[in-house]
Design a protein around this ligand. Structure first.
Ligand SMILES: C[S@@+](CC[C@H](N)C(=O)[O-])C[C@H]1O[C@@H](n2cnc3c(N)ncnc32)[C@H](O)[C@@H]1O
Length: 341
C-alpha cells in the first residue's frame, strides 16, 4: 500500500475534492482516504492513481508520498528512502509549495536548495543531475502550517491545454458557455468511462462534449437551437478526440434512447434562453425524460442557480441525490451542482 497526496486547487474547494473522488470511481481505482481538507487529499492505494488524477481540472498535482513531518526535520526525512524507483543517469529538481500563510522562518527556496543537495548526495550511486526546467523527476514539498509533505510528483496539470479550449478560443462562441475547467469537472462528476455514451442534452456550443471526447467517450449532444447545434459541430470538429453526434432536439421529449453518463448545464434564463419555459419546469420535464435514457446505477450531473433549489426537483422526479456542491461565481450567481443516480 502506498500513500498519495492529491494537491487540490484553492478555487471551489468542495468541487475539487468531489471531482477527484468521482474520477477514482470512474477509473475503478480502489483507495482509502485519510482526509480531504485545506487543498490536500491524503489517501492510500495499492493501485497507481495517476490516470484518475490526470483527468481532474481542479487538481494541481499528484504526489507519491515519501515522508510526512514537521518543517524542522526537513533534511532528515529521506533517511530511509531508498531511491529504488529512481532510474540512473536521470535529472531531478525539488519544488516547494506553501498552502496558507507562512508559519515558519524557513523559506521555500531554502527547502528547495537544502533538500536538493541532500538528495543529490544521498543518491550518488544513481548519477543524478539537477535540471530545474525539465527534470525527469520532481520531488515536491508541500508546506501547510508547520507540517510538510514530501513526495515524488507523478503528474501535474498543464493549464495551457485547458486555456486552448476556453469558449473564446473556439470557432463558435456562444454567451453562457461554461469555462473549460468547470465543464471538465462536471463531466468528471458523471463518472464517464472510456467507451461510454456520454450525453449533454443542452449542449450549446459543445464545451462538455469536447471534454467527454477527450476522456474517450462517444459524445452525444443535443440542443433545441439549430444555431447552437451547428456551432457545436464546428467546435467538436476542431477539438474532439473521438466520435460524436449532435442533433437538434428538445430535451423534454428526446429521441435519444440511451446514455451511460449525463452532464449538462441547462439554461438559467440569464445568458442562455429557456425558449419561453420557466427554469424550474424545464428542469423537471428534462429530469423526468432523462430517467428513461440513463442506464441504471449511472450518474446525471447538472448545474443550476442555487436559488431555484434544484435538489427539490431532483427528489420529486425520484433520483437519488449523490452530492450537491455550491460554487459562488459572482454576487448574483451561486451555481448548485447536483450529482444524481
Ligand atoms: C447554458 S447553455 C449550455 C452551454 C453549454 N454548456 C456550452 O458550454 O456551450 C443552455 C442551452 O440550452 C438550450 N436549450 C434551451 N431549452 C432547451 C430545450 N428545451 N431542449 C434542449 N436545449 C435547450 C439553449 O439553446 C442553450 O444552448
Amino acid at each position: 500500500m502506498n500513500k498519495y497526496l492529491a494537491y487540490v486547487r484553492g478555487l471551489f474547494l468542495p468541487l475539487g475534492y468531489e471531482e477527484f473522488f468521482a474520477c477514482m470511481e470512474a477509473e475503478n481505482t480502489q483507495y482509502q482516504a485519510e482526509f480531504s481538507e485545506n487543498q490536500i487529499i491524503l489517501f492510500e492505494s495499492t493501485e497507481n492513481p495517476s490516470k484518475a488524477a490526470s483527468r481532474c481540472a481542479f487538481l494541481h498535482s499528484l504526489l507519491k508520498i515519501i515522508a510526512i513531518g514537521t518543517v524542522d526535520e526537513t533534511i532528515s526525512i529521506t533517511e530511509d528512502y531508498s531511491f529504488d524507483e529512481i532510474e540512473k543517469n536521470k535529472t531531478f529538481c525539488v519544488r516547494a509549495y506553501r498552502i496558507g500563510k507562512k508559519q515558519t522562518k524557513i523559506s521555500r527556496m531554502d527547502i528547495e536548495r537544502d533538500l536538493g543537495s541532500y538528495i543529490y548526495n544521498r543518491s550518488a550511486n544513481k548519477d543524478l543531475n539537477v535540471n530545474l526546467s525539465n527534470p525527469d523527476y520532481q520531488f515536491c514539498v508541500i508546506l501547510q502550517d508547520k507540517q510538510f509533505y514530501l513526495g515524488l510528483e507523478l503528474w501535474s496539470v498543464n493549464r495551457e491545454t485547458y486555456r486552448k479550449r476556453e469558449p473564446n478560443q473556439r470557432p463558435s462562441f456562444r454567451p453562457g458557455s461554461m469555462k473549460t475547467d468547470f465543464a471538465r469537472a462536471l463531466v468528471n462528476l458523471s463518472r464517464v468511462r472510456e467507451g461510454d455514451i456520454f450525453l449533454d442534452p443542452f449542449c450549446g456550443s459543445g464545451g462538455f462534449l469536447i471534454e467527454s471526447s477527450i476522456l474517450g467517450a462517444y459524445s452525444l449532444g443535443s440542443d433545441v437551437s439549430a444555431e447552437a447545434v451547428l456551432g457545436a459541430v464546428k467546435n467538436l470538429k476542431k477539438f474532439s478526440e473521438g466520435d460524436f453526434a449532435i442533433i437538434r432536439n428538445d430535451s423534454r421529449k428526446t429521441s435519444i434512447k440511451k446514455a451511460d453518463a449525463i452532464a449538462t448545464d441547462p439554461p438559467y434564463s440569464i445568458q442562455s434562453s429557456t425558449h419561453g419555459e420557466q427554469v424550474k419546469d424545464l428542469l423537471y420535464d428534462f429530469l423526468l425524460e432523462s430517467k428513461t435514457i440513463l442506464e441504471p446505477g449511472r450518474y446525471l450531473v447538472f448545474s443550476s442557480p442555487k436559488k431555484i433549489e434544484p435538489e427539490k426537483i431532483v427528489k420529486k422526479v425520484g433520483y437519488e441525490i449523490v452530492s450537491m456542491i455550491d460554487a459562488r461565481i459572482h454576487k448574483s450567481l451561486t451555481r448548485r451542482i447536483m450529482v444524481a443516480k
